[in-house]
Design a protein around this ligand. Structure first.
Ligand SMILES: NC(=O)c1ccc[n+]([C@@H]2O[C@H](COP(=O)([O-])OP(=O)(O)OC[C@H]3O[C@@H](n4cnc5c(N)ncnc54)[C@H](OP(=O)(O)O)[C@@H]3O)[C@@H](O)[C@H]2O)c1
Length: 341
């Protein structure tokens, strides 16, 4: 049986790790690479990944050149968080009949913030018999898919709360930057207000996905303001030193409100120096469920894993736009990937 053929689009911190994992796996091959970064275009993938050998796949900035040459089953896409930006990158892939898995946070559940684009992607998928999926560790798993899975043992649910606390020092540098680590409080406020940094993207999408799975008709989804977490002592990562009084990262919360009750609360905290890292989910229901993963799941490693593990799942998915709650339960593809088809 032929190997699964993958094109990687976006060779940044996450995309290059996805490519490295794919190279280690059996039953799958990288047949093309797309990125617009000037320091990558025209280079062999081996060179971009800082491997000691060439791989015979050259980075191109032209989607059509890559996809018209390479027969491909899946494009793994990791360039941006907002569907408005990413739409023009992924929509043209549909006509090649290739499935698309993206780390774009808004794509994980786009029906609330980008309903028109979601409709267009659904129509393109159906027209060209291919599937779009947005996933990752969060959104994509910890604060939505896993929550939904745990509700499967409940007879009745009153409230759900999920908390994620992580030490951002161990995460990729683009992530540390987008949570404002090392900025003064005024710089942080200015950059958040002007969207030069985004904080975490995805809480609204996660709440939307949970509510949809439970058929809860929410009155609204209410994101709170992104709050800076201030360092009480000097803390640092390999890339960023945060002095006492500077911003170490963020705390972001969002609420799903139904009949004036806060029925879904998501609390996301990521900052350099967080001492206790964990993921917890509490379901007030019958029976009550409390799950705690300690230390928390490593976001970068897990995002790369869930993207790669989703390759066989998307190849078997119905055409159109799907979310994680529409696919079979997530599972690792640790053997030859063709066995998972
Ligand atoms: N759902 C989740 O759990 C999850 C987890 C991790 C990451 N993410 C998201 O995934 C995205 C990628 O993360 P990252 O840390 O790898 O970001 P990054 O390091 O900034 O990498 C993005 C790469 O994509 C390239 N790029 C930008 N526009 C492109 C285009 N039109 N075509 C091809 N390549 C393009 C960039 O080139 P330039 O540098 O020249 O712009 C860069 O090389 C981010 O939005 C991040 O928030 C989501």
């Amino acid at each position: 049986m032929q190997k699964i053929r993958v094109v990687c689009c976006g060779m940044g911190a996450v995309g290059s790790r996805i490519a490295r994992l794919l190279l280690e796996k059996e039953g799958v091959e990288i047949v093309g690479v797309i990125d617009i970064a000037k320091d990558k275009v025209g280079k062999d993938l081996g060179e971009v990944l800082e491997l000691s050998k060439k791989l015979g796949v050259v980075v191109s900035d032209n989607v059509d050149t890559v996809l018209s040459k390479a027969c491909c089953d899946v494009v793994v896409h990791a360039t941006g968080s907002y569907l408005k930006t990413v739409y023009e990158q992924i929509a043209p892939l549909a006509k090649y009949g290739v499935n698309v898995i993206s780390t774009c946070e808004e794509l994980s559940y786009p029906y609330l913030t980008e309903p028109e684009l979601a409709k267009k992607l659904e129509a393109l998928g159906v027209k060209y018999a291919m599937t779009f999926l947005g996933t990752g560790i969060n959104p994509g798993f910890l604060m939505d898919t896993l929550v939904i899975t745990l509700t499967g043992v409940c007879q009745k649910i009153d409230k759900i709360k999920a908390v994620r606390v992580m030490n951002a020092a161990t995460r990729r540098v683009p992530f540390q930057k987008k949570i404002g680590a090392g900025l003064s409080v005024s710089e942080f406020k200015e950059k958040i207000a002007t969207r030069k940094i985004t904080g975490h993207v995805g809480l609204e999408q996660s709440i939307g996905m949970i509510a949809s799975a439970l058929r809860w008709d929410l009155d609204k989804i209410q994101p709170d303001q992104v709050k800076p977490v201030i360092a009480h002592r000097q803390v640092e990562s390999d890339a960023i030193r945060v002095k006492k009084g500077q911003v170490a990262g963020i705390r972001q919360t969002a609420h799903g409100i139904m009949k004036r009750e806060d029925v879904i609360t998501l609390d996301f905290q990521a900052y350099i120096g967080a001492e206790e890292e964990y993921d917890s989910i509490t379901i007030d229901g019958v029976p009550p469920v409390h799950q705690r993963i300690s230390p928390c799941v490593h976001g970068d490693i897990a995002t790369v894993a869930i993207i790669v593990n989703s390759i066989p799942k998307i190849m078997n998915a119905p055409p159109g736009l799907v979310t994680m709650k529409d696919l079979p339960i997530p599972s690792a593809a640790v053997e030859d990937m063709r066995k998972s088809l």
